[in-house]
Design a protein around this ligand. Structure first.
Ligand code: NAD
Ligand code: TYD
Length: 351
């Protein structure tokens, strides 16, 4: 039985990953360590709460004692590290928490994994680890910076982050690399493009636009709306992580993307059409500072070396996603309360 420590499992991708893994494999146990920040919602995990293979532990990845206690109590042999502050706009207004959670939190997890898995943890030259252990860092294509009209990010593209969020994720990636190089810790990094799907916090583009359409509220499009993102259904991302865990070469980075580039304004128009609204709701608002113009992932390595490929077409993925938000308006409204509501007001004022 593989015991996977999933950090940030109450968030968007983490919760989808837990469903994916428990639904796909019989022989896994999941320990979900999550601090339940504004973005963590245990309601996302109702469907697995009673599964004996699933355990939730409330805790902060920056808390060394809490992380060590999880390793000790559950015999963790795999880490999939999702927990992070994940929203670029928040990183522009409050960068500190991004440095703390995304960089220091990663450092704590790496150190704990090294000490628990190394066969002689007090010997600084020992590079031998328990059989089968693996640390996987869930990273983002944003570490590569922005592209012009052409080109794609490969795993060899220099790291060139532009926002405090992407700079913190890049720093974390470099720590992971350092633990691989210096200590021989068996690590992987996955760098995925923008995800969409169920349980995404409605501060991100797609769920925010769906909700506003349903409420007849204006749709805030940053600048000209011609920024391009490479969208991937969250389940395809989860399958890619599972593939890297099973087949990835130790120490390697894998880019994950769906070859599915769309300008933001196209996404907004698609959501308008799917919800029966018209373009009069669109509002072009002041652009995000340092806004990356285009991301595009070259996924040749993971597709050719590991045999992963996205299963969703964008049409099917988007239609299911819009339907999920239509069917789960109560979830959305419960999420959009408290701190998020204050945040929404400071971001968009009375737009
Ligand atoms: P999210 O914001 O929805 O969820 C983050 C989760 O981490 C929440 O459950 C939150 O409570 C938890 N968390 C935050 N700080 C914590 C701490 N200090 N200790 C423990 N738990 C903490 O994020 P997401 O969109 O699911 O992204 C998950 C990961 O995937 C992140 O590392 C992100 O950088 C990466 N990623 C996201 C995307 C995307 O499109 N969303 C794309 C590529 C990579
Ligand atoms: P987002 O979902 O925040 O993801 P990221 O910044 O990590 O790519 O935003 C996706 C794109 O949508 C990005 O170019 C910013 C843009 N955007 C808007 O135009 N309006 C909005 O209200 C939001 C949240 C995003």
């Amino acid at each position: 039985m593989q015991t996977i420590l999933v950090t940030g499992g109450a968030g968007f991708i983490g919760s989808n990953f837990i469903y994916y893994m428990l639904g796909t494999h019989d022989d896994v146990r999941i320990v979900n360590l999550d601090a339940l920040t504004y973005a963590g919602n245990l309601e996302n995990l109702r469907g697995v709460e009673l599964d004996p293979r699933y355990t939730f532990v409330r805790g902060d990845v920056r808390d060394k004692a809490a992380v060590d206690a999880v390793f000790d109590a559950y015999g963790v042999d795999t880490v999939v590290h999702f927990a992070a502050e994940s929203h670029v706009d928040r990183s522009i207004t409050n960068p500190e928490i991004f440095l703390s959670t995304n960089i220091l939190g990663t450092g704590v997890l790496l150190e704990s994994a090294k000490r628990h898995w190394n066969l002689r943890p007090d010997d600084k030259y020992c590079r031998e680890y328990r059989a089968g252990v693996r640390y996987l860092q869930v990273s983002t294509d944003e570490v590569y910076g922005a592209l012009g009209k052409t080109g794609m990010f490969t795993e060899a593209t220099p790291l060139s982050p532009n926002s405090p969020y992407s700079a913190s994720k890049t720093s974390a990636d470099l720590l992971v690399r350092a633990y691989g190089e210096t200590y021989g810790l068996p690590v992987n990094i996955t760098r995925c493009s923008n995800n969409y799907g169920p349980y995404q916090f409605p501060e991100k583009l797609i769920p925010l636009m769906i909700r506003n359409c349903l409420l007849g509220k204006p749709l805030p499009v940053y600048g000209d709306g011609m920024q391009v993102r490479d969208w991937l259904h969250v389940r395809d991302h989860c399958a890619a992580i599972d593939t890297v865990l099973r087949k990835g070469r130790v120490g390697d980075v894998y880019n994950v993307g769906g070859n599915n580039e769309k300008a933001n304004i196209e996404i907004v128009r698609l959501v308008l059409a799917a919800t029966g609204r018209d373009e009069s709701l669109i509002r072009h608002v002041q652009d995000r500072p340092g806004h990356d113009r285009r991301y595009a992932i070259d996924n040749t390595k993971i597709t050719t070396e590991l045999g992963w490929a996205p299963a969703y077409t964008f049409e099917r993925g988007m239609s299911e996603t819009v339907q999920w938000y239509l069917d789960n308006t109560a979830w959305v409204e419960r999420v959009v309360s408290g701190e998020y509501q204050n945040y929404y007001d400071t971001m968009y004022g009375n737009v």
